[in-house]
Design a protein around this ligand. Structure first.
Ligand code: BTN
Length: 274
């Protein structure tokens, strides 16, 4: 149950002290989520590392975190950019006993837990944007990337990757309009260890709930946090754009869109709220 500090790139001679990696308090009081921690100064992607660990039988709740990712991954083949020493980029290994269909609902579980933890620690109001984003005042503060591995239509393991902008105050020109951070929104710095501990605790308690009552039990919590309902949106998927009005979520986590007089059920895509 120790924190393993590693640097996987031979040229990553980091001299800056890292409060996130040095914090002995990270694991205190944590149960399953965070009971085993692999902490890196620099890595390609915490999701890639967690996937490799999961296929080598790493246990559920194993946490991989990094100050800096050289190839941080976002959804739909995008990259995830985050300044080192200012943010949280981490992945958790889950081994839920669920069928493959549950993969569409797991991001909603993660979004609700993450939103609750952010609110608890900062007092800021957090919105859920389907399928995997968290927004504050309409700007993206966190993203979730779930990568699952199946065995005979059952989930073998899932890697839940989270990128949360904490104390970063400047973003690239491309992101500046759409991205924000906790510090930008609250006007003060946050202790990343405290926030991470809170996220792990809340995700773990919701995980116990979905294990007992099913993933659908979290749908009302997600619905209560979205401002997408009855809003006009456009969804891009594989080069096709569908526009319509959001009418809700299906029990399996798909977005229900009223478009050109018919109801469409979307399982993935990139949403723009119009
Ligand atoms: C998105 O919004 O497109 C999802 C972003 C997910 C980023 C996190 S950062 C930690 C983990 N490792 C990765 O390579 N990606 C996820």
């Amino acid at each position: 149950m120790g924190i393993i500090r590693s640097s996987v790139l031979s040229n990553s001679h980091v001299t800056t002290p890292s409060p996130l990696l040095d914090a002995g308090t990270l694991k205190k009081g944590l149960k399953k989520f965070g009971s085993k921690v692999y902490a890196f100064e620099t890595i390609d992607s915490t999701n890639n590392c967690a996937k490799a660990l999961a296929s080598c039988w790493a246990r559920e709740g194993t946490l991989v975190l990094a100050e800096q990712q050289t190839a941080g991954k976002g959804r739909l083949g995008r990259s995830w950019q985050a300044n080192p020493y200012e943010n949280l980029t981490f992945s958790i290994i889950l081994r839920p006993t669920l069928s493959s269909e549950a993969l569409n609902l797991l991001p909603l579980y993660a979004a609700v837990g993450l939103a609750e933890a952010i609110e608890k620690e900062t007092g800021l109001s957090v919105e859920c944007k389907w399928p995997n984003d968290l927004l504050i005042h309409g700007k993206k503060v966190a993203g979730i990337l779930l990568e699952g591995s199946l065995k005979e239509n059952q989930i073998d393991h899932v890697v839940l990757g989270i990128g949360l902008n904490v104390n970063q105050t400047t973003f690239s020109e491309e992101l500046a309009e759409r991205a924000t951070s906790l510090k930008l929104q609250a006007g003060r710095e946050f202790d990343r260890v405290q926030i991470l501990r809170s996220i792990l605790r809340i995700l773990e308690s919701h995980y116990a709930l979905i294990t007992k009552k099913g993933l659908q039990s979290l749908l009302p919590l997600w619905m209560a946090r979205t401002t997408m309902l009855n809003r006009e949106i456009s969804v891009t998927r594989d080069g096709t754009i569908i526009s319509g009005v959001v009418r809700g979520l299906s029990p399996d986590g798909a977005l229900i869109l009223e478009s050109e007089g018919t109801e469409k059920t979307l399982f993935a895509g990139d949403v723009t709220i119009l």
